[in-house]
Design a protein around this ligand. Structure first.
Ligand SMILES: C[S@@+](CC[C@H](N)C(=O)[O-])C[C@H]1O[C@@H](n2cnc3c(N)ncnc32)[C@H](O)[C@@H]1O
Length: 233
């Protein structure tokens, strides 16, 4: 398993929640990035995920973003971490967030108009085609006053989401690493195989290192991840 919450991204999410004391975590999954110092009600539609949650975290309620199993105005904030692109009906989900959360909604998401950097050169369609599921940033305006902050990905990010290994290119040669990135599962198998073969060759003859030399000393990089904070007025 290559998905382990990155402490720096966790800090950014926690800071965005601000003075909220209670949070509904929508699409909570196994609880990555769920703040442990706040009163959290996790909501999750997958019974398998609910069963697999660590016992150190609060148990999740079975439910969806489109029909939150919670009373009106019952939490200070709503949180959705890499979850909103799974929702079938985002306008309905946004209406539910406005019903249940009193103050703000915080999303960790990917900008579908942003690039994944050099990965797009090897895996055409990774950005754009597979990320078209993510809400366009303007969509969040339906919730209220919105601010958007880039979340640069550290070079040694511990959470193996799609662009996490931007400075560790060998990782993308490993099928088990790619298997934890839902974007790769959405790409045509031949596109993936061709990209992996080209990447392996370019890493072996060091042409990758020459082409992307400017990245090799960067501590972090903006590869399209965003914190969206909507103040619910
Ligand atoms: C990529 S996972 C993210 C899980 C967790 N937030 C994390 O960061 O590890 C997406 C989650 O959204 C959930 N999900 C799918 N459809 C949903 C819906 N309609 N409403 C709420 N959550 C949903 C999935 O079951 C899954 O747990």
């Amino acid at each position: 398993m290559t998905r382990r919450a990155d402490a720096r991204i966790a800090d950014a999410i926690r800071t965005a929640l601000g003075d909220a004391a209670s949070v509904v975590n929508i699409g909570a999954g196994l609880g990555s990035y769920e703040p442990t110092d706040l009163q959290v009600v996790p909501v999750e539609p997958s019974e398998t995920m609910i069963r697999q949650r660590p016992t150190s975290l609060p148990p999740a309620l079975l439910g969806t973003a489109e029909k939150l199993p919670l009373p009106a105005k019952s939490a200070d904030a709503a949180l959705a971490v890499l979850s909103a692109h799974h929702w079938r009906d985002r306008p309905a989900a946004f209406a539910e967030i406005r019903r249940v959360a009193r103050r703000r909604a915080v999303f960790f998401t990917h900008d579908p108009d942003a690039s994944f950097g050099w990965l797009d050169d090897y895996f055409p369609g990774l950005a754009g085609e597979t990320t078209s599921r993510y809400p366009r940033l303007a969509e969040f305006d339906a919730l209220g006053g919105v601010t958007v902050e880039p979340v640069p990905v550290p070079a040694d990010c511990t959470d193996g989401f799609t662009a996490a290994y931007w400075r560790r290119p060998d990782a993308y040669l490993d099928e088990s690493v790619r298997a934890n990135m839902s974007t790769f599962a959405l790409l045509d198998e031949r596109v993936v195989a061709d990209g992996v073969a080209r990447l392996a060759r370019d890493l072996a003859d060091r042409s990758w290192h020459r082409r992307y030399a400017s990245l090799l000393t960067l501590p972090q990089l903006d590869v399209g991840y965003r914190l969206v904070v909507a103040e619910l007025t």
